[in-house]
Design a binder for this molecule. Structure first.
Ligand code: ATP
Length: 258
């Protein structure tokens, strides 16, 4: 349904934020993208949502899109239901009032559907953002860190909404910081490392902390580097190889957490 080929992104004259990203999102799939702060996840999602153009490569496919950015802009004077009604009418949604009320009810929006959006907390504004993205039954639902700011009850509802979207044959792409959470909800999980996207192994992951100097040769596994200390998240079946390789290169192993 959507395919990115060799997608790159650079803001102004800065260093590339995305490099050679190939990604195919077929119908009925849920794709999770994990990675550290600043690795390029939101940039990738903005390109998928068509609110940003890539600097290199191509984006194929023209699905209808529902997009929730990492921070839903909650500056409007409208009420939640008024805002959804307005958007629904622009998009030609026929039963917009009942759909909006049902979505907001399900997400348990604090203050109810007539709550003024400007007065909502981050999590509640996020719920209006989700309702807005789902209102039109899009072919592709793009969710940037949808779990952040949501309370545990809403976590469950979000999981159900993602599964229902998948079950009606649409696709979902989301970002998350927590690999386990991503594996729980996605059919396929990718890891973004400094703008390079790789399939994440999917099996159990192991955290390794090393101390050493010089280049880090395990780029796809790199989570963070703080001076001489490096943290990697490695698929369990690669742990022995990475540890052996690290010791041979003169790194010390500070910790292994399974
Ligand atoms: N509009 C912009 N102009 C210039 N640089 C930008 C812009 N948007 C993002 N960047 C830079 O691109 C890099 C990747 O940012 P991005 O928001 O895509 O990362 P992220 O993985 O989503 O991070 P986080 O987990 O913190 O949300 C960062 O270095 C960021 O500073």
């Amino acid at each position: 349904m959507v395919r990115l080929l060799g997608v790159g992104k650079r803001y102004g004259r800065g260093r590339p934020v995305l490099t050679g990203v190939d990604l195919e999102i077929p119908r009925g799939r849920v794709v999770g993208v994990v990675g550290t702060n600043g690795s390029g996840k939101s940039t990738l999602l903005r390109i998928l949502a068509r609110v940003s153009e890539p600097s290199a490569g191509t984006v194929e496919g023209t699905p209808s899109i529902g997009y929730v950015p990492d921070r839903f802009p909650a500056s409007t004077r409208m009420t939640a239901v008024g805002y959804l009604r307005h958007l629904g009418r622009i998009s030609g949604v026929s039963d917009v009032d009942s759909r909006a009320a049902a979505l907001l009810g399900r997400l348990a929006l604090a203050g109810g559907p007539r709550a003024p959006i400007r007065q909502l907390s981050k999590g509640n504004a996020q719920k209006v953002g989700l309702a807005q993205a789902l209102l039109t039954d899009p072919d592709l639902l793009v969710l940037d860190e949808p779990w952040s700011g949501l309370d545990p009850a809403a976590h469950g509802v979000l999981g159900e909404l993602i599964a229902q979207t998948r079950d009606r044959g649409a696709s979902v792409v989301f970002t998350a910081h927590d690999e386990e959470l991503a594996q729980q909800h996605a059919t396929q999980v990718y890891r973004m490392t400094e703008g390079v996207l790789r399939v994440s192994a999917g099996g159990p992951m192991v955290r390794i902390v090393l101390r050493g100097s010089g280049d880090v040769p395990w780029r796809t596994e790199l989570v963070s580097r703080d001076g001489a200390q490096v943290e990697l998240v490695v698929p369990a079946d690669r742990v022995d190889k990475v540890l052996l390789d690290a010791l041979q290169r003169g790194w010390s192993v500070l910790g292994v957490t399974r």
